[in-house]
Design a protein around this ligand. Sequence first.
Ligand code: NAD
Length: 256
Amino acid sequence: MNVKDKVAVVTGGASGLGLATVTRLVEKGAKVVIFDVNEAKAKEAVQQLGESVQYVLVNVADDESVQKGISQALEAFGAIHICVNCAGVGTPGKTIGKKGVLPLEDFNRVIGINLIGTFNVLRLAANEMKNNQPLTDSGERGVIINTASVAAFDGQMGQAAYGASKAGVAGMALPVSRDLSQFGIRVNTIAPGLFMTPMADTLPDKVIEKLAASVEFPKRLGRPSEYAELALFMIEHEYLNGEVIRLDGGIRMSPR
Ligand SMILES: NC(=O)c1ccc[n+]([C@@H]2O[C@H](COP(=O)([O-])OP(=O)(O)OC[C@H]3O[C@@H](n4cnc5c(N)ncnc54)[C@H](O)[C@@H]3O)[C@@H](O)[C@H]2O)c1
């Protein structure tokens, strides 16, 4: 799909990988609606990027909130062609840690935002995409990009909830693309390694240095613009569908 003059919803678009994707899409001539809970950062992004970008306060884990967001996106720009799911939380917690057993609500929260939130937004966005006029000879109407993590495959200690949530996102790539193929909607998933975003900033410097050293090549953390470039490629490349791509410099995470 050529993104020029298309409308994209980007969840988590106020920060990190989402913000880099919003920026890249706008550079390529798309209109973007940011769904995020961080109002201050989202407003900053809108101010910087201009009138092609709008912001709606949306909690991806909440059905009603996303329904409202979708309605407002349609009101603002008239259609939805692209949905990029970047909203997520990385809250760590060992199954049995120093403070005892992991509270079930902590596990539920991470699953609720990362996994259920991703499905919640993609299902409602796809429900609008199916009404688009076909954009290509093949009948393409929409593209969805989800964000898993290498933790889906080699999660570290303390990542039971995060790894499970991201394995769920990776696991839905094929079935959802099968469900939506009849409407001409493609679904692809990026599984990032360690990227230099505010989420990674919460890790101690020592951990970041160690992780950078454990990347095969290049020996550094990923740049958000590199994620955005792959997201754009997945949107533009019509034959790429139902796929999960690790974007990680070849890293395989150690247990801790
Ligand atoms: N940074 C990394 O190294 C890395 C690695 C692998 C996967 N990821 C995944 O990439 C995605 C983006 O991560 P990031 O590093 O850019 O993080 P980030 O913290 O910079 O951005 C995440 C954004 O999601 C928003 N958000 C959180 N909960 C939300 C909710 N319930 N509803 C709406 N918005 C919500 C936050 O406000 C924030 O703006 C996440 O899903 C994360 O798990 C990141």
